[in-house]
Design a protein around this ligand. Sequence first.
Ligand code: XMP
Length: 251
Amino acid sequence: MSFAELMSKSKSRIILALDLTGPSLLDRALKILDEVYPYVSAVKVNRHLSVPLNIEELSKLVHAIHDRGLLAIMDCKINDVGSTNKVMAELFFHAGFDALTASPFTGWKEGLEPVFNLAKDNSRGILVLVYMSHEGASENYERLVLDRSSISYKRMYEIFAEKALLWRADGAIVGATRPRILAEVKRLLKGKIPIYSPGIIVQGGSIEVSLKAGADYLIVGRAIVEAPNPSQVAANLNRLVEETLARLRGG
Ligand code: XMP
């Protein structure tokens, strides 16, 4: 089964961004995982853990994520030459990660192609950034550029949405902080690729607005991991997601 199919079968639309800092990272990550796993579909790991932990420790964390019935995503934003990208992807896939994030600025030939091929051969996923969640993302993701294939001016994120379709990405990442663009990318993707939306709560994105605009999965980090009671917050957010989806379905 592909990564996208596995995600579509999961019981929650929330992805936990397990972004911790400080001492005893692995132990604290495993503790939060134990508290939160019933309310999320996947766990996303970022530099917070991938820099200080070694590959064996990351692999141990991935096993714990899988043991609780969740998928593991490495937010490594692949952005180098193909041979280096492939080495990184092999290491993370070998550690057990089910999907990796990639930057489309890298391009295809000798860039992301080897990584997509590796992912397909191993039934893993690649999620492509289409528009990031932070304020400065507009400087480049919204830039008006001449698209060589259609000889027309397009916004960078429109081209990246088209690339995500062309490359058959398993997901497109669009920040929850810009619902209008989220809705536009949803139309461009024609329902063929799910949208993963980071930037919920702490960065200002709203669960209700993002789901209405077309987000399929919501990535939540600090709002859960920095809460005094992560499990309670995750349960409340999951309930809000379910209520919002029921309302949108007219239920
Ligand atoms: P917070 O604490 O803001 O964490 O809920 C969000 C997590 O998602 C990452 N992030 C992004 N990842 N594209 C990405 O691939 C984005 O536009 C984006 N915005 C935030 C962030 O690094 C953190 O791990």
